[in-house]
Design a protein around this ligand. Structure first.
Ligand SMILES: [Fe+2]
Length: 251
């Protein structure tokens, strides 16, 4: 079985407990729960903190295998430092043996389904800008932004440029899709394609991620596309579904 859910942002207690997700009683490690980005379970600066380690170990002990694509709120310095391995036709970072990060531009074969994955998105909660910790005016700038109630983030502490894809990742995605004749069963991303984002959040505009996903959307035959990022649960049309808090069985 395959389940999908939206952004978790490091909050796992409620959503995944047996009361809210009773189906897990029937699952095994050959069943999968996929988080559509903004996992947030790898966030601490430097190394796994106590709380973070607790939840990663907790997921490793669940009945199912936990998978996630990355969102825009992940600690990419640390996420990309976990060992990389080949898994079910694609590449993953192994966080725990049954907690895996599905890398960008991969096609995985899970439960007989072909799944294209591509994490990442632009952060939009940064109208105050990105601060640099070693800026001599760091404290002064931070105080001013806080006084003016302007959301800001700090490079390598709460924001990483890797939230958006590089050319290599985008090229790899197209190359891997080509191997499957541009036909997959499911697409799982954090961000939506430009035309879908325009429906959901026109104020976000477009960027390299939405434009790439638009290209994918126009080019690839797929049955269903699941994504997070917009903090709402709804069907966009018969193929696209945005997820937030619900855990939905898709296969
Ligand atoms: Fe997000």
């Amino acid at each position: 079985m395959i389940y999908v859910t939206g952004d978790t942002h490091g909050e796992f207690g409620g959503r995944f407990n047996v009361k809210n997700f009773p189906e897990q009683k029937e699952l095994t490690k050959e069943d999968y729960v996929i988080i559509c980005g903004d996992f947030g379970g790898i966030w601490d600066v430097g190394e796994e903190g106590k709380g973070e380690k607790y939840w990663l170990d907790w997921f490793a002990e669940r009945s199912y295998t936990l998978l996630f694509v990355d969102g825009n709120h992940e600690n990419f310095d640390r996420l990309y430092a976990y060992p990389e391995k080949a898994w079910r036709g694609g590449r993953v970072h192994e966080i725990r043996p049954s907690v895996l990060h599905l890398m960008r531009g991969q096609v995985f074969e899970i439960c007989g389904k072909k799944i294209f994955t591509f994490g990442g998105a632009s952060s939009h909660d940064i109208s105050g800008g990105i601060l640099e910790k070693d800026d001599p005016y760091f404290k002064r700038k931070k105080r001013r932004l806080e006084r003016d109630w302007l959301p800001y983030r700090i490079n390598h502490i709460s924001w990483w440029k890797e939230e958006l894809p590089n050319q290599e990742e985008m090229d790899e995605g197209l190359k891997n899709l080509e191997k499957y004749d541009f036909a997959v069963d499911y697409i799982i991303t954090h961000c939506a394609a430009t035309d879908t984002q325009e429906l959901l959040k026109p104020q976000n505009g477009t960027d390299i991620m939405t434009e790439y996903l638009q290209k994918i959307k126009n080019m690839v035959h797929y049955e269903k596309w699941f994504f997070g990022h917009y903090h709402t649960d709804r069907m966009i049309n018969e193929k696209e579904q945005v997820l937030s808090k619900i855990i939905e069985r898709i296969y």
